[in-house]
Write a protein that binds this ligand. Structure first.
Ligand code: GDP
Ligand code: MG
Ligand code: K
Length: 322
């Protein structure tokens, strides 16, 4: 039987290590932590008949190339290719924490969000429509309290489901269809310029499972146009196999990510053409939206998050103030 490789990714102090400890400890623990380094702790355990290898990665706010932690996490995801990533999120600090989530979505990884510190959210009296937020981002989400272990079994059930390719959160078909209908309604109203990519352009392939894999954070028409232009040129080098999604690479280039430029793009036969198109798009963006492309991408991601939270999160405190 294969081992399911799982990595914990999240901001500092969102409860990754607590989750790591409780997952490795509360289930049958069949091995010592090996490969213990300053950077990443590794644990082995069994759950529901599956072997798990769990890595506790360093905390990071972003997947840019601005800090050793960011580069380390990014490199781990690409080189170790975990089967499933647990994006641990502080449910009391969603706006900031979901920024990293949008970057993981760009990377097109198989992931589940652990809405951790859920006890703090409950005590605050604020409410979150988890199902809807999960539809808006195209990622399954499970509330957890890693200090007590609540929700952790549910989390690993979802991970097994994702690993085995089960349908969206194991929902029954009629619930899936309902969720899908709601999602499409929202999508058409909210991002009218954006079209879903689907397998073989088959309308029927637009299933919840596919939208988990194919949903994109929409960055608005001008940025999406630039992303497409750069992505198209990167996509021409089909003989070169890199593990990054071309969309992620295009976004990173437009963010002026020198690590990607030097360590991924430079080795492609059409590197100079890719960079020429990138420069051209950076210039075009400066002229059309009057903004630096890196800043524009950050703003668009926060815009998406703000919009999603507006639809799903009610701030009780603010309501009583008003
Ligand atoms: P890490 O930096 O992401 O590894 O976070 P830690 O696991 O070290 O947790 C940071 C702090 O949050 C610690 O004091 C934990 O006890 C606390 N903590 C972790 N998970 C939860 C949770 O679900 N609820 C609450 N209230 N506190 C938590
Ligand atoms: Mg930690
Ligand atoms: K995804």
């Amino acid at each position: 039987r294969r081992t399911i490789n799982v990595a914990l990714v999240g901001n500092p102090n969102c409860g990754k290590t607590s989750l790591f400890n409780i997952a490795s400890g509360s289930h049958e623990h069949v091995g010592n932590y090996s490969g213990v380094t300053v950077d990443a702790k590794e644990g082995y355990f069994e759950f529901q008949g599956y072997h798990f290898r769990l890595i506790d990665l360093p905390g990071t706010y972003s997947l840019s190339a601005y800090s050793p932690e960011e580069l380390y996490v990014r490199k781990h995801i690409i080189e170790e290719t975990p089967d499933v990533i647990i994006n641990v999120v502080d449910a009391g600090n969603l706006e900031r924490n979901l920024y990293l989530t949008t970057q993981l979505i760009d990377m097109n990884v198989r992931m589940v969000v652990a809405l951790n510190m859920y006890d703090a959210l409950q005590h605050s009296g604020n409410t979150l429509n988890i199902k809807k937020l999960s539809q808006l981002l195209g990622v399954p989400m499970v509330p957890t309290i890693s200090r007590t272990g609540e929700g952790v079994d549910d989390l690993f059930h979802v991970i097994i489901g994702l690993y085995e390719g089960a349908d969206f959160m194991g929902q029954k078909e009629e619930i899936q269809n309902e969720a899908l209908r709601e999602f499409r309604e929202w999508h058409d109203a909210y991002v009218p310029d954006h079209k879903f990519e689907s397998h073989e352009d088959d309308e029927n392939s637009f299933t919840p499972r596919n939208f988990i894999r194919h949903i994109h954070i929409n960055h608005g028409p001008e940025l999406e146009r630039s992303i497409d232009a750069v992505k198209k040129e990167i996509g021409k080098t089909e003989t070169i196999r890199h593990k990054y999604s071309t969309r992620f690479l295009a976004i990173k280039l437009l963010e002026n990510d020198k690590d990607i430029e030097k360590n991924v793009i430079a080795s492609l036969p059409n590197a100079s053409e890719i960079l020429r198109i990138k420069e051209q798009e950076v210039k075009r963006l400066r002229e059309t939206i009057n903004e630096d492309s890196e800043q524009a991408i950050t703003d668009a991601k926060y815009g998406f998050i703000t919009g999603a939270l507006k639809e799903t999160y009610t701030d009780n405190y603010q309501n009583t103030e008003m």
